[in-house]
Design a protein around this ligand. Structure first.
Ligand SMILES: [Cu+2]
Length: 98
């Protein structure tokens, strides 16, 4: 079982190392809803090939750091980066587009 645990840890580390590479794409979106308490943001965005999303959509993202939500408002056009993990999609960067 120890070997399995070690393998699992190794796999988790591999995912952690690989994920940022796939998250490098900046995605254009619009803030539809902000839930600071839950650390979630609803974003409408175009296709995001790096996340395997080939069509425009509106969806809820978790944010890596809830402080990120203090920098944008509902209705803002934004640029963001997100990464996929075992629990869903997490925004790692978000900023108002100029
Ligand atoms: Cu999406």
């Amino acid at each position: 079982m120890k070997t399995l645990a070690q393998l699992t840890t190794a796999a988790a580390l591999a995912v952690a190392l690989v994920a940022p590479a796939f998250a490098a794409d900046t995605i254009d979106g619009e803030v539809k809803k902000i839930d600071t308490a839950a650390g979630k943001v609803t974003l409408k965005h175009g296709p995001a090939k790096s996340l395997g999303m080939t069509e425009p959509m509106t969806m809820v993202y978790r944010v890596k750091d809830p402080a990120l939500l203090g920098t944008v408002n509902v209705g803002d056009k934004v640029k963001f980066e997100a990464a996929e993990d075992s629990s869903g999609y997490t925004v790692t960067k978000i900023e108002k587009s100029k």
